[in-house]
Design a binder for this molecule. Structure first.
Ligand SMILES: *Cc1c(COP(=O)(O)O)cnc(C)c1O
Length: 393
């Protein structure tokens, strides 16, 4: 494993510049300490690597192809490649992380897995690996989200997971997270909490970024030169972290993170945590998030459920502050247009989240020689209802 640590990755205390850390209830200290003391050693062990690499290959179908998109390249007059995370088993990059964390949980001797989920994508990816490993799985989900994400709730149940409704607050992701943390406090020895993005207290952001870094490791192996741009959408930031990871120290590669603007960054109906947010604390870490004058976290909005998160991982808050990453945003309408464009030019229906990354293409001042990699984080089957509504409008 690569021993060199980029200055853009977390330091020993889990800080990315001013961001990160572990702001947790006293009662969780033991769980976090246990994870902090063991996760890197586990990931570097031969037994973990053997099983992780084998599952990524035979179960997920990695390496995912790096596809040269001729017609998109013609349209934007540049060399555009798509990293096909949409072809992974379960349809997105999320499984790279859940396989890794569940294997770590097993090595720590944990028999019970908990997770929180918003739209249900992370819940499904977690329930999938728990089914594979024969582990008990409890997924917390806001009652509002349960009502509007019926297919993913059904998938989790079919996979053998118990879906528990969070009935407090707005009954969405934030409330599900609170319930999951409460569960972890109440089950301090047998339970592992699988977090779905590069968020949460240290060491989660660092661990999830490393598990997703297989994306940029493969991109580097699949290309004969460095790209000029790597573009990815950001909700919490895990697919972007994975796509950027091995390029962090290649300063000539422009890293482009695309947030969901929703109805527009100047409106209240947005999930653009960097464009509209400021410094605060969410999910146990110090980062950029959307909050009102009283410091209350505001409810985010995006047409895409996976980007509908009020904060952003501390890695990205720092990449933006250090000007290492370029942060852009795309509205609901721009993302929809990009989704239809890719579908009609390439026969690939992208996830709405990934469509936000594609929507950055017309906004980049591309030259014909520019090589661009867009991380296609997921497939669009789950978004057909939204696409159908768009066609009928
Ligand atoms: C969940 C999800 C995202 C957003 O999560 P990140 O942690 O920001 O990657 C993006 N794309 C797809 C397909 C997703 O399912």
């Amino acid at each position: 494993m690569d021993k060199h640590r980029s200055k853009y990755l977390a330091n020993e205390d889990g800080y990315y510049g001013d961001f990160g850390g572990a702001f947790i209830p006293e009662l969780l200290q033991h769980n976090i300490d246990e994870l902090k003391a063991n996760w890197e050693q586990i990931i570097e062990s031969d037994s973990f690597q053997k099983e992780y690499v084998k599952l990524l290959k035979d179960y997920v179908g990695r390496p995912s192809p790096l596809y040269f998109s001729q017609r998109l390249s013609d349209k934007y007059n540049a060399q555009i490649y798509l990293k096909r995370e949409d072809l992974n088993h379960t349809g997105s990059h999320k499984v790279n992380n859940t396989i890794g964390q569940v294997l770590i949980a097993k090595q720590l001797g944990k028999s019970r897995i908990i997770a929180e989920t918003g739209a249900g994508q992370h819940g499904v990816a977690t329930a999938t690996i728990c089914a594979l490993m024969g582990l008990e799985c409890v997924v917390y989900m806001g009652a509002t989200d349960i009502a509007r994400q019926a297919p993913n709730v059904a998938r989790m149940k079919m996979l053998g997971a118990e879906v528990r409704a969070a009935e407090s607050g707005n009954k969405t992701l934030k409330d599900a997270t609170n319930e999951a943390i409460r569960d972890w406090i109440n089950h301090p020895t047998d339970t592992f909490y699988v977090i779905g993005s590069v968020v949460g207290p240290h060491p989660y952001p660092d661990m999830v970024a490393q598990l997703q870094s297989v994306i940029s490791k493969e991109i580097k192996e699949q290309m004969s030169q460095l790209p000029n741009y790597v573009v990815a959408c950001v909700g919490g930031g895990s697919n972007a972290a994975g796509a950027f990871y091995h390029f962090l120290d290649n300063e000539e590669v422009e890293l482009v993170a695309v947030e969901a603007a929703g109805m527009g960054v100047e409106t209240a109906e947005t999930a653009a945590s960097i464009a509209q947010g400021n410094v605060g604390f969410i999910h146990g870490s110090k980062t950029l998030l959307m909050q009102d004058e009283d410091g209350q976290i505001t409810e985010p909005y995006s047409i895409s459920a996976g980007l509908d998160y009020p904060g952003i991982g501390p890695l990205h808050a720092n990449l933006y502050t250090q000007k290492r990453a370029t942060v852009m945003n795309a509205t609901d309408e721009e993302a929809l247009q990009a989704a239809f464009e890719l579908t009609q030019l390439e026969g690939i229906i992208p996830a709405l989240e990934s469509a936000h990354a594609l929507a950055a293409l017309p906004k980049l001042a591309l030259k014909p020689t520019d090589v661009v990699v867009v991380n296609l984080s997921g497939r669009g089957d789950k978004d057909m209802e939204t696409y159908i509504a768009k066609m009928n409008s």
